[in-house]
Design a binder for this molecule. Structure first.
Ligand SMILES: Cc1cc2nc3c(=O)[nH]c(=O)nc-3n(C[C@H](O)[C@H](O)[C@H](O)COP(=O)(O)OP(=O)(O)OC[C@H]3O[C@@H](n4cnc5c(N)ncnc54)[C@H](O)[C@@H]3O)c2cc1C
Length: 273
């Protein structure tokens, strides 16, 4: 059965949103990369989160996650690539799979990486963000994987298993993607390889890659005081809406987004009754 609310991102904002959706009696699914890949995981000590001083980032994240699990939130590990509205629902692609919900809360933190030259231009023409989704199109062909997470290695193995000739670049900093009508080569860290496709596997995507029509101001998702975006049924919380980039602010915005999403779902149900 579909969930009423889907949260993208399992950091402080997403977990707080999930707790507060559950507090309003609505079902919620949190889709996120592994907790260990959250940027806060590496923090040695967090001293300014109210009531829980002195925890490491990893301890704090595990504590917040347990709270959301105990509140009844469901979890799915994966990377959200795209979200599309259809009727009263949002369809959200998780790798090569799909989930749907009435409301979505974007709590994906900040995408720290800048796009490479050629990346936006060739997206869909030999640049892909998902090997398991698009790999078959390049079966037996030369491809490059630009991997920025442990999961990226598994996606590269999948490409090898379908006889792609894979060049793996581990967390390259400088790359250029070039070609004609389609991608023909990629140069990373000074090494040029002829390829038909470049799979760029970062843990986080820019909000505008997931929701092409979402309004952005100064690089952050634009929201009102209810944490509503310009898209009906889509709310946002945490670092993705702007500074201060801090846990307390993320948790507070998650609360508002969770309550707003639950109210949105209730209103939809009332209109249908
Ligand atoms: C080293 C370090 C130390 C810090 N120390 C402090 C501190 O002492 N005090 C403090 O208040 N703040 C600190 N911060 C900042 C704090 O970590 C952030 O403000 C906070 O984590 C923001 O929460 P968030 O939920 O908005 O985003 P995040 O915590 O970034 O969570 C977003 C999650 O969504 C996932 N995600 C993104 N895109 C997708 C997608 N497409 N599909 C699936 N999952 C996705 C990400 O991988 C991530 O796990 C620190 C940050 C760092 C990096």
């Amino acid at each position: 059965m579909p969930y009423e609310v889907l949260v993208i991102g399992g950091g402080p904002a997403g977990l707080s949103a999930a707790v507060n959706v559950r507090a309003r009696g609505r079902s919620v699914l949190v889709v996120s990369n592994p907790l260990q890949e959250n940027p806060l995981w590496k923090a040695e000590r967090v001293d300014n989160y109210l009531g829980l001083p002195g925890l490491s980032g990893a301890e704090l994240l595990q504590t917040l996650r347990r709270h959301a699990e105990d509140a009844g939130a469901a979890f799915r590990e994966g990377r959200v690539l795209n979200a599309m509205p259809m009727g009263d629902d949002w369809f959200v692609s998780v790798g090569s799979d799909m989930e749907n919900a009435k409301a979505v809360i974007l709590a994906a933190g900040v995408a720290r990486a800048k796009k490479f030259p050629g990346e936006a231009e060739y997206l869909g023409k030999g640049v892909s963000y998902c090997a398991t989704c698009d790999g078959m199109l390049y079966r037996g062909k030369p491809v490059a994987v630009l991997g920025y997470s442990d999961g990226a290695k598994h996606e590269a193995e999948f490409l090898s298993s379908i006889r792609c000739s894979v060049t793996y670049f581990d967390r390259p900093k400088d790359c250029v993607i070039e070609g004609g009508a389609k991608v023909e080569r990629v140069t990373c860290n000074g090494e040029t390889v002829p390829v038909d496709c470049v799979f760029i596997l970062r843990p986080a995507l820019a909000p505008t890659d997931v929701f092409p029509n979402i309004a952005v101001e100064n690089g952050y998702v634009a929201v009102n005081r209810k944490m509503a975006t310009n898209l009906p049924g889509v709310f946002a919380a945490g670092d993705c809406t702007g500074g201060p980039l801090q846990v307390s602010k993320a948790a507070g915005e998650g609360l508002i987004a969770g309550q707003s999403a639950a109210a949105y779902v209730a209103e939809l149900a009332r209109k249908k009754a």
